[in-house]
Ligand binder design. Structure first.
Ligand code: AMP
Ligand code: MG
Length: 436
């Protein structure tokens, strides 16, 4: 794991707190954080559990898919040469010798002048080279008791070409083909293909374990009565859900009181976590214990980023474990998560594209951005006749979580843009577009 020159946090005085020039830019912070992460080791697991994980092996087809030549339609397996000249006004009569349903091996052979009634997916009988669909026969005009009875006659109403409505063995994947390569993310289609190839297990990069610790004397878990001065812990469940959504396994460490030793002890108890996340305790207040704990247990490598909301983000190591200190305000925590934690987790998963799906949208509201920071504005994005439009999704305070529930995107106002006017087009990170 790479380490970085430790920023001398102790020298960052209160006077510099609001000076954007002293803060690290969003892109630089992201690069410095990401450099501490690499794909986790491969593990072999059941195919059904591997949705969203990244392949760490080359998958070569051990067998043909489909395994045998079969009917692509319900109809009659015949010899194409027996249908020459067939039409509705001059049907060709063929003697039905057998019926084959999917799942059964044919014991009949199609010889000149005969047909086998066949269902989609059933193996083609020897001798037949094409399938004539029911709709192109006179079957519908026959009585129920005559349909498919060996010895009955079926009228073919059109000329068939050889191979029509027939799926050859290996049509989808011929045996021996390389179908999936390392680095591919397993979506439902890949899960289905692996099963089609007969695979029950697959080798993928392991899911990261992400430990989450909330901090604050005022913070109590939901379900407990609130005493004066207390608030509920929304960060732990929020951050755990964000972790799970991007493919990590969250481990909740609870809530630490605002005492450095308590935070240190809880962090040490994180066991085999691949990444530590804390919330709160990273700003300039007297009780900002996460930075203290980090300093004592390892190193603070980054603190204060030119981002709004989320300026007091911290990054460092506890022993050899990376720690990202999220701000305490829930919206700030969520914004910082999307920019810095999500790509870190994706890299641990073995993903190479770490970007958030982004569209360009025309803004309908006026947005100020005075502080020289990159401003992530909670917006509602909708399609319109001339592209996407974005409107403010309610209150923009760093603690206004209800605003985030009304948003589906984060509009990105660049650092240097002090005023975004209605009608301008800006990028919007779409928060709900990255599916498994
Ligand atoms: P801090 O960074 O610790 O100064 O916290 C900033 C703000 O976030 C304060 O108003 C805290 O009360 C609030 N806060 C901290 N932790 C949580 C939490 N787990 N859930 C909800 N709000 C929190
Ligand atoms: Mg606090």
């Amino acid at each position: 794991m790479q380490s970085f020159p430790t920023q001398s946090v102790a020298t960052v005085g209160g006077a510099r707190w609001n000076d954007p020039a002293q803060m690290v830019g969003v892109d630089e912070a992201r690069d410095r954080i990401l450099a501490a992460f690499a794909p986790l080791e491969p593990v072999t697991m059941p195919v059904a559990d591997a949705l969203g994980l990244v392949l760490a092996e080359t998958v070569v087809a051990a067998e043909n898919v489909p395994p045998f030549e079969n009917a692509a339609m319900d109809g009659f397996a015949v010899r194409a040469e027996d249908t020459v000249g067939a039409s509705p006004s001059s049907p060709r009569g063929l003697r039905v010798v057998a019926e084959i349903a999917a799942g059964y091996a044919p014991d009949a052979t199609v010889t000149t002048g005969t047909a086998v009634r066949i269902m989609t997916g059933a193996p083609m009988p020897a001798g037949a080279d094409t399938v004539v669909r029911f709709e192109e026969t006179d079957e519908a005009s026959l009585g129920r008791e005559q349909v498919g009875i060996p010895g009955s006659t079926i009228g073919i109403l059109r000329e068939a070409r050889p191979t029509e409505n027939v799926r050859p063995a290996g049509e989808d994947v011929p045996a021996g083909t390389t179908v999936l390569t390392p680095g591919i993310r397993l979506r439902p289609a890949e899960i289905g293909l692996l099963a089609a190839l007969g695979r029950t297990t697959v080798t993928v990069h392991r899911r990261p374990r992400v430990a989450i610790l909330a901090t604050g004397d005022e913070v109590v878990p939901s379900g407990e009565p609130l005493r004066p001065g207390q608030i509920r812990d929304s960060d732990s469940p929020l951050v755990a859900a964000l972790v799970r959504r991007c493919g990590g396994d969250p481990v909740l460490l609870g809530i630490a009181r605002d005492a450095t030793d308590t935070v240190r002890a809880k962090l040490r108890a994180a066991g085999d976590a691949d990444l530590l996340l804390t919330s709160g305790g990273v700003s300039m207040g007297d009780y900002d214990v996460v930075k203290d704990a980090l300093r004592r247990e390892g190193s603070v490598e980054l603190w204060q980023v030119r981002i709004k909301p989320g300026k007091p983000l911290a990054f460092g190591h506890v022993g050899d474990k990376p720690l990202i200190g999220l701000p305490g305000n829930p919206v700030a925590a969520a914004v910082v998560f999307e920019q810095f934690v999500r790509p870190a987790i994706l890299r641990l998963l073995g993903r190479t594209d770490l970007s958030i799906p982004t569209v360009r949208a025309r803004i309908l509201d006026r947005i100020e951005n005075q502080g020289g920071r990159r401003h992530f504005v909670r917006v509602r994005v909708d399609p319109s006749d001339d592209g996407y439009v974005a409107r403010l999704a309610g209150g923009q305070g760093a603690g206004v979580l209800s605003g985030l529930t009304r948003a589906n995107g984060l509009l990105v106002v660049p650092e240097e843009l002090k005023l975004a006017e209605p009608g301008m087009t800006l990028p919007v990170q779409m928060l709900d577009w990255d599916l498994g």
